[in-house]
Design a protein around this ligand. Structure first.
Ligand code: SF4
Length: 271
C-alpha cells in the first residue's frame, strides 16, 4: 500500500468569530503571522523535496476556521495548493472548519479547488457543553453541515474532545454515537489540555476547572477508539502530536499549563 504524507499548513485563528474557551490556535501551531499563497507554495515545495518515495500526498489546512476567512484569502490559499494538484505533485487537499461555516456556496468553492476532505470541529454533541465553552454553534449545525458535506461528495471528518468543562464519560460516549450516525470517514479525538492565554487557563487557576489525568484520558480514548473501530470509522489522531509546537508541561517553553499531555498518547491509548 502507498505511504500517505500530509503537508500541514496552519491557518491560526483566521476566521474564528470568537475564542473557544480551551483554544489558542496561535500557541498550538506556534505561528502568529498570516499565511499567504507564497507561504503555501514554499511550504509545499520544501516538503515535496524531502519526500523520497512515492506516496499519496495531501495538503492540509489546519487550525482556525478555514471557510470563515475572507473569500479572497481562501481563494489565494486554495489556488496556491491547487496548482500542485493540477501538476500531479499532490493528490488532494483537506481542511478543517466550523460546522456553522458550511453552506452550498462554500462547498461549491471547495469543489472547484478539488478539496477532498472536510473536517468539522464537533467537540461535543451536548449543546450545554458547547455553550459552556463558547463554541457559538449547536450540534444541529454539525448535523446539517455533515449531511451537506457528504451529499456534495466530500470525505467527512469529525474532531471531538474529551475532558471539556462539565463533560462526563457518558457525554463523550454519546458524542461518539451521535457522530457515528452522521457517517464520518475519519475521526480525531483530542483530550483537552489547558493552554496558556485561554479562558480555560483562568478557570484552572481559579480552581473552576479540573483537567483529566493522563490515565483518565487514556481510558476514555481507548473506549472511544474501540467504538469507532467497530463502526469502521478510522481514528486518525488521538492527542496532540510532537509536531504540534507544544512541549511537555513544566518545561520553560511549554504552552501547556496542565492536562493529559503525553508524548505517546495515541500509542498508549490503543494498548
Ligand atoms: S477551537 Fe476552532 S473555532 Fe474555536 S477558537 Fe479555536 S480554531 Fe476557532
Amino acid at each position: 500500500m502507498k505511504k500517505q504524507y500530509i503537508i500541514p499548513i496552519f491557518v491560526p485563528h483566521l476566521g474564528c468569530p470568537q475564542n473557544c474557551t480551551f483554544c489558542n490556535q496561535k500557541k498550538i501551531s506556534g505561528q502568529e503571522k498570516q499565511v499567504t499563497g507564497e507561504d503555501v507554495k514554499k511550504t509545499v515545495n520544501d516538503y515535496l523535496e524531502s519526500f523520497k518515495e512515492e506516496a499519496y500526498i495531501e495538503i492540509a489546512f489546519f487550525g482556525g476556521s478555514f471557510t470563515g476567512i475572507p473569500v479572497e484569502k481562501q481563494e489565494e490559499l486554495l489556488e496556491a495548493a491547487y496548482e500542485f494538484v493540477k501538476e500531479g505533485k499532490v493528490n488532494s487537499i483537506r481542511l478543517s472548519t466550523r460546522p456553522d461555516y458550511i453552506d452550498k456556496d462554500v462547498l461549491k468553492r471547495l469543489k472547484k479547488y478539488k478539496v477532498g476532505t472536510i473536517e468539522l470541529g464537533v467537540q461535543s454533541s451536548n449543546d450545554y457543553i458547547l455553550k459552556n465553552c463558547k463554541r457559538g454553534h449547536t450540534f444541529e449545525d454539525v448535523k446539517k453541515a455533515s449531511k451537506m458535506i457528504r451529499w456534495h461528495g466530500f470525505n467527512l471528518g469529525h474532531q471531538m474532545m474529551v475532558g471539556l468543562p462539565e463533560s462526563t464519560r457518558i457525554d463523550e460516549l454519546n458524542t461518539a454515537k451521535d457522530c457515528a450516525k452522521l457517517k464520518p470517514k475519519i475521526v480525531r479525538i483530542y483530550p483537552v489540555l489547558v493552554i496558556k492565554g485561554t479562558k480555560l487557563e483562568e478557570d484552572f487557576n481559579k480552581n473552576l476547572y479540573e483537567p483529566l489525568t493522563v490515565d483518565q484520558a487514556v481510558e476514555i480514548c481507548k473506549e472511544l477508539y474501540n467504538f469507532f473501530e467497530k463502526k469502521h470509522i478510522k481514528v486518525i489522531r488521538m492527542g496532540l502530536q510532537n509536531t504540534d509546537s507544544i512541549s511537555k508541561p513544566g518545561s520553560e517553553q511549554s504552552e501547556v499549563v496542565a492536562g493529559p499531555y503525553h508524548e505517546a498518547f495515541r500509542t498508549i491509548s490503543r494498548i
